[in-house]
Write a protein that binds this ligand. Structure first.
Ligand code: ADP
Length: 159
C-alpha cells in the first residue's frame, strides 16, 4: 500500500500548542506530514508568511518527519503538486464543525481522491485559538503554556 503524505494547512497566526498537539498526533498516523502555512491575505494576518513558517519550523524541529512549507491558491492544487492525499484539520469544540465540514466537502468536490482527517487536541487546548492568544497577549496577559516557546519570544519581540 502506498504511504499517504498528509498536509496540515492553516493560517497559524501564530501557531499555538493546540496546533502543535495536532501535528504530533498526525506524526503517529502518517509517515510524512507537511505543515502548510497559507498565504490567505483576506484574513489580514498579524505575522508575515515567513514569520509564521519560521515559528512553526522552530517548534517542530525535533520531529524529523515534519516539514514546513507555504502555499497560496487552492489547497487541492498544492496537494497534487506534493503528491499528498490526506488533509489534516483540528476539531475543537462544536463551533469548528460546520466550517470544517463545508471545507472538507468542497475540497472533495474539487478532488475526490483527497481525504480529510480530523483530529481532536488534548482537552487542555479545546478552547485555544490564535486570535485568543493575540488578544490575551495584547492586554498584557501571560501566554506561557499556550504557545511554543519560539512563538512566545516572537510575540514579545513584536509587542
Ligand atoms: P485556518 O485559518 O485555516 O482555520 P488556523 O491556524 O486557525 O487556520 O487553524 C488551522 C487548523 O488547526 C484548523 O483545522 C483549526 O481547527 C485547527 N486548530 C486551531 N487551533 C486549534 C487547537 N487549539 N486545537 C486543535 N486544533 C486547532
Amino acid at each position: 500500500m502506498r504511504q499517504p503524505v498528509a498536509v496540515y494547512p492553516g493560517s497559524f497566526d501564530p501557531p499555538t500548542n493546540g496546533h502543535l498537539d495536532i501535528i504530533v498526533r498526525a506524526t503517529h498516523l502518517f509517515p510524512k506530514v507537511i505543515v502548510a502555512v497559507t498565504d490567505n491575505s483576506n484574513k489580514n494576518p498579524t505575522f508575515t508568511l515567513q514569520e509564521r513558517k519560521k515559528m512553526i519550523a522552530e517548534a517542530v524541529r525535533r520531529y524529523p518527519t515534519v516539514t514546513v512549507d507555504t502555499f497560496s491558491g487552492l489547497l487541492v492544487d498544492y496537494m497534487t503538486r506534493k503528491k499528498a492525499s490526506v488533509i489534516i484539520r483540528g476539531l475543537r469544540a462544536i463551533s469548528d464543525f460546520e466550517y470544517e465540514f463545508e471545507m472538507a466537502l468542497m475540497n472533495r468536490r474539487l478532488n475526490k481522491r483527497i481525504e480529510a482527517v480530523f483530529l481532536m487536541p488534548d482537552e487542555a487546548y479545546t478552547y485555544l485559538s490564535s486570535s485568543l492568544v493575540k488578544e490575551v497577549f495584547s492586554l498584557g496577559g501571560s501566554v506561557s503554556g499556550l504557545v511554543p516557546e519560539s512563538v512566545e519570544k516572537s510575540l514579545k519581540r513584536s509587542g
